[in-house]
Design a protein around this ligand. Structure first.
Ligand code: PLP
Length: 386
C-alpha cells in the first residue's frame, strides 16, 4: 500500500493517539530501516529503545520462528520451558530473587506498584518529578506530568511526587511509604541524569522505613547504558526492578524482577495476565539477554557512547549533550526546534531520531551500531541548517 492509502486508513479507522511521521517502514536489518521505495534509513531511535539487538537479529528470528511453529500460547496454568528459563535468566542477571513476566513496561510497573502495596498495605508510593512510568492508571499515577495526567483524573490515590533532591526524598519517605519508584536515568523526559546522592538518599530512607526501592529500568536496562542494568553503575542496589522495551529483542514482553526480600510477597491469585510469559516472546527475550549481556558488547557500548556524545557536542546547533552508554540526550541552542530537527533528519537525511521536548533530542541506536555508523549519523545531522 502507498503512504497516502495508509494515511487515509488512519484518518478513518485509527484512534488518533499518535502523530505519525509521513514515512512507511517495511523492513529492518541491524541499524537500518527501509521504506516501501527501498530507501535506507539509519535508525538511531531503535523503536524507542526496543531494538537494542538491532532489527531482525538472526538469533532472535531463528528462536521465534522455531518456537512459533511449535507452541505459541498455553497460559500460566501450565508449565513451559521458555518462561521458566527466562525467569531464571532475569534473576541471575540482576537481583537474584523471583520474576513476574508480563507484556509491557506499564504492566511491569503496575506489578511493581501492586507488589509494594501487598508488602505494605495502604502504603504510599514516592515518585520523582519528570518521571515516566507508563500510561495505564497505576503507572500514569506514578507519572507526574500535568498534560498526561490531568485529562484522566481521578488517578490512583497514594502517589507522592518529590523534586529531584536528596533532602526531599529523605523528608518524603516515612513509615507509611510502601515504595520509592524511580528511573535511574529519566528517558522520556529527555535523558535526565539522576545523581548518586539522590539514589543513596532514597536507599537510606527506604531502609530506615521498611519501604521498597524500585528501579524502573524499562528504558535503561538490557545493556543500554553500558551495563546490563543501569543500577550496576550506581552505588545502590534496588529491591526490585522493572524491564520491558529491549527485553524482547523486538517482541512485546515485560518483567518485574525482585531481590530476595520481595521474592515471596505475591501469592497465587494476587496478580496475573493471560499472555504473560508466552513462549514466543520468552525465547526472543532469552536471545536478547544473551546478546545484550555479552561483556564485549557492553564494553563497546561505553566506547561507542563516548564517541556519540563527543561528536554530537561538535554539531553547530547543539548546546549540550548528556547520557550514559548509548542513551543520549541533546539540548539544542535557544530558538532551534528539536521537533523540526527530528522531522528534517528523517525526511531530508534519512536519520531516525526523536524529540523528547521542544529543545531536546534523544539518540538510542541499537547497541550493535558501529563507530562508522555513529560518524555517519552525526554527519547527516550536521548537514541540517536550522
Ligand atoms: N517506564 C519507562 C522508563 C519508559 O521509558 C516507558 C516507555 O517509554 C515505560 C515505562 C512504559 O513502557 P510501555 O510503553 O511498554 O508500557
Amino acid at each position: 500500500m502507498s503512504l497516502q492509502e495508509l494515511q487515509e486508513l488512519e484518518r478513518s479507522y485509527a484512534i488518533p493517539t499518535y502523530v505519525r511521521n509521513p514515512v512507511q517502514f517495511v523492513r529492518g536489518s541491524g541499524v537500518n530501516l527501509y521504506d516501501e521505495q527501498g530507501n535506507e534509513y539509519l535508525d538511531f531511535l531503535a523503536g524507542i529503545g526496543v531494538l537494542n539487538v538491532g532489527h531482525c537479529h538472526p538469533r532472535v528470528i531463528k528462536a521465534v520462528t522455531e518456537q512459533a511453529a511449535q507452541l505459541t500460547h498455553v497460559t500460566n496454568l501450565y508449565y513451559t520451558e521458555p518462561a521458566m528459563r527466562l525467569s531464571k535468566a532475569l534473576s541471575d542477571s540482576s537481583l537474584g530473587g523471583k520474576v513476574f513476566l508480563c507484556n509491557s513496561g506499564a504492566e511491569a510497573n503496575e506489578a511493581a506498584i501492586k507488589l509494594a502495596r501487598r508488602a505494605k498495605p495502604g502504603g504510599d508510593i514516592v515518585v520523582l518529578r519528570d518521571g515516566f512510568h507508563g500510561r495505564t492508571y497505576g503507572a500514569l499515577s506514578a507519572t507526574p506530568q500535568e498534560a498526561k495526567q490531568a485529562p484522566f483524573a481521578p488517578l490512583v490515590p497514594g502517589f507522592i511526587t518529590v523534586p529531584k533532591d536528596p533532602a526531599a526524598i529523605t523528608a518524603a519517605v516515612t513509615d507509611i511509604t510502601a515504595a520509592v519508584l524511580l528511573e535511574p536515568i529519566q528517558g522520556e523526559s529527555g535523558v535526565q541524569m539522576i545523581s548518586d546522592e539522590l539514589l543513596l538518599a532514597a536507599r537510606k530512607a527506604c531502609d530506615k522505613h521498611g519501604a521498597a526501592l524500585i528501579f524502573d529500568e524499562v528504558q535503561t536496562g538490557m545493556g543500554r547504558t553500558g551495563s546490563m542494568w543501569a543500577y550496576e553503575q550506581t552505588p545502590v542496589i534496588p529491591d526490585a526492578l522493572t524491564s520491558a522495551k529491549a527485553l524482547g529483542g523486538g517482541l512485546p514482553i515485560g518483567a518485574l524482577i525482585t531481590g530476595a526480600r520481595l521474592a515471596d510477597v505475591f501469592q497465587p491469585g494476587d496478580h496475573g495476565s493471560t499472555f504473560a510469559g508466552g513462549p514466543v516472546a520468552c525465547v526472543a527475550a532469552l536471545e536478547a539477554i544473551a546478546i545484550c549481556g555479552d561483556p564485549e558488547l557492553l564494553r563497546a557500548v561505553v566506547e561507542l557512547g563516548e564517541r556519540l556524545t563527543g561528536s554530537l557536542a561538535e554539531v553547530p546547533f547543539v548546546a549540550s549533550v548528556r547520557g550514559r552508554g548509548l542513551l543520549v540526550g541533546v539540548d539544542l541552542l535557544e530558538g532551534v526546534s528539536a521537533v523540526e530537527i527530528a522531522r528534517r533528519a528523517l525526511l531530508e537525511q534519512r536519520l531516525v531520531i526523536n524529540a523528547t521536548g521542544p529543545q531536546t533530542l534523544r539518540f538510542e541506536p541499537p547497541l550493535t551500531v558501529t563507530g562508522q555508523q555513529i560518524d555517519e549519523a552525526v554527519s547527516r545531522l550536521s548537514k541540517l541548517r536550522p
